[in-house]
Design a protein around this ligand. Structure first.
Ligand code: UDP
Length: 327
């Protein structure tokens, strides 16, 4: 299939691109390189540096390449930043998705996989969190993804566009020693902890240890980026059969911030000094996914559910690429 991947130079997007290429799909990557790295794009994919705000450019891309499906990763993705810069999220994320979807409809491209988020579940009534949990976006970021889910709902009703919205929990790990997680600035726990082990940071700050959890630190569901990638590919293949749906995507197990640090200490052999700091606004105590629907409908099971394997894969990438993609 010809698949257009927005944000295909980013951490998750580039991993999915590489898996699509391996599966024999033709991939066109569109990325503005705001957070992405051209080096991360598989050499068998077509790479176009472009911004989704530029609808004329999008038209040109669709007219030239005629994609049959879209995977949409390109987005501002930071919960904290979205409180400081809400318009970047509530305007740019949404308008860029609108431009993309409008162009897709115009060129009769009616399969869409959306990278959505667990930040839709700020006040879960049940843990693990099922896809039918009530939606309470936790930030302008979460709301922007929810607005895009609603946009897709209407594109299906009006134009018959079939979509899957995949709400990720904590994506992490590395697909190989050439594809890994590198953001600037870095805000995610696993790369930050590993940067301490590499001697690039003095210490790690734990955002609060007074949560209602066994060790007082937040619990998250860490899912290996390769497992995430497989779920996208399965969802894409299944769109014809079963139509639009939403899934929660995590490995179903929760680990605390302290457990992540302890596991990283075992793997790296570094003491990784950690200090307790203030809570980070918008962090719920526990986020763990119920991925049962994904398992039942698509036969998806995580291959790398162990925190040890996830952090080991990330560590191997960090050791090989201590400066990330900046060589
Ligand atoms: N975290 C932390 N210190 C940091 C970064 C993250 O204690 O410097 C915690 C954060 O509070 C959350 C977990 O690590 O409980 C995962 O955070 P991350 O930013 O990696 O992902 P998020 O859960 O925000 O998607």
């Amino acid at each position: 299939m010809k698949v257009l991947v927005t944000g295909g130079a980013g951490y998750i997007g580039s991993t999915v691109v590489s898996e699509l290429v391996k599966a024999g799909d033709d991939v066109i990557v569109v990325d503005n390189l705001y957070q992405g790295h051209a080096d991360a794009v598989d050499s068998k994919a077509v790479f176009i540096e472009a911004d989704l705000a530029d609808q004329a450019k999008l038209e040109e891309i669709f007219a030239t390449h005629r994609p049959e499906a879209i995977m949409h990763f390109a987005s501002y993705t930071l919960v904290g930043e979205s409180w400081d810069k809400p318009f970047l999220y509530l305007r740019d994320n949404v308008v860029n998705a609108l431009n993309l979807v409008e162009t897709a409809v115009k060129y009769d491209c009616k399969k869409f996989i959306l990278s959505s988020t667990a930040n839709l579940f700020d006040e879960p009534e049940r843990i693990p969190i099922a896809p039918d949990e009530r939606i309470v976006p936790g930030s302008p970021y979460g709301e922007s993804k929810y607005l895009i889910e609603r946009l897709l709902h209407w594109m299906d009703r009006v134009y018959g566009m079939k979509y899957a919205a995949l709400r990720y929990f904590n994506a992490c790990g590395a697909a190989s020693d050439v594809l890994g997680e590198h953001h600037d600035p870095e805000t995610h726990i696993i790369p930050l902890v590993l940067e301490v082990a590499l001697g690039q940071r003095e210490k790690f700050i734990i955002f609060g240890d007074d949560y209602d959890t066994p060790d007082g630190t937040c619990i998250r569901d860490y899912i290996h980026v390769l497992d995430l990638a497989q779920a996208h590919i399965l969802a894409l293949r299944d769109l014809d059969e079963n139509g639009s749906r939403t899934y929660n995507l995590g490995n179903g197990q929760g680990f605390s911030v302290k457990e992540v640090i302890e596991t990283a200490r075992e793997i790296t052999g570094h003491p990784i000094p950690a200090e307790i700091g203030e809570r980070r606004p918008g962090d719920p105590a526990i986020l763990v996914a119920d991925s049962e629907k994904l398992n039942e409908e698509l036969g998806w099971v995580p291959k790398y559910p162990s925190l040890h394997d996830i952090i080991s894969s990330a560590w191997a990438w960090h050791v090989k690429n201590p400066d990330g993609y900046e060589k």
